[in-house]
Design a protein around this ligand. Sequence first.
Ligand SMILES: [Zn+2]
Length: 312
Amino acid sequence: MNSQQVAFGIDIGGTNTKIGLFDCEGKLLAYHHLSTRTSVKPAEFIEEIAQESNRILKAECAIELGDKRVIGTGAGAPMANYFTGRIEHAPNLGWKDVPLQKLFEKFMKAPAVIENDANLAAVGEARWGSGKNLNDFILITLGTGVGAGLILENKLYRGHNALGAEGGHILIPHEKRRLCSCGGMNHLESFLSASGIKQTIHELTGETWTIEHLGKLFYEHDLRATTIINTIADELISGLASVAILLAPEAFIIGGGVSKLGQPFNDVLEQKFNQQAHFSLKGKVKFITATLSAEKGAIYGGAALIIDEVSK
Ligand SMILES: [Zn+2]
């Protein structure tokens, strides 16, 4: 890849789709987001993304899709399978059996790879973010849902059939019974998704708070907010302590909207971890915040992944 080449990183989420145009050093040249349209056929929506990408490319580089300087697209979406190039079923998007990689190649007129969105965010952090100097880390994204990406021995770990790293669906011990978006019971996502946290807030206070309000009160040392943070930290760590003894990561990187709670929240997580974790790991696993912003990790990862693919 030479200095004139550019790559697209795209992230299709349940609500918004983000498009980033990057140079080969990982510099974000242009960024745009549009509403994810699940009311039209997937092919129509990917064509719309391509038209928007073309507009960005003309404005930034005075070239168009199909130009050889555009090396390709790395795109993330829920349940996107790197190996098959397809989405078998993504309930958040209402998509079933979508040949996503082929659609991107057709409309973007260049090579494409697709990947689970949390995996891409982990690739982004590994290349250009908080994970740059770590060989083994686990990214946990706490947003609308809960996701995970595993970088083990400096490589993204996908598991058999790319079905690994679904951290949101780790079963956790709990005295309550709470349904998960997947239909399972007492998964991490039941408690740590935005709606799960809001449910806990309501159970403990009888009030309706946003996550931002929780963060504000937590920073003001409000007693109720501190109780809520302790509760959700206990729940998160009861899942992560088991993951840690299996994989021994150097760090958990916290991304997604909840990562805006910042270092004070990480400190609570680290303290809970050192209470719950196996003795061999106590004091040895760091909790750090994702640096590529809560929203943009996956588009950085998309660019990094396609740059790697074309230089193989
Ligand atoms: Zn689940």
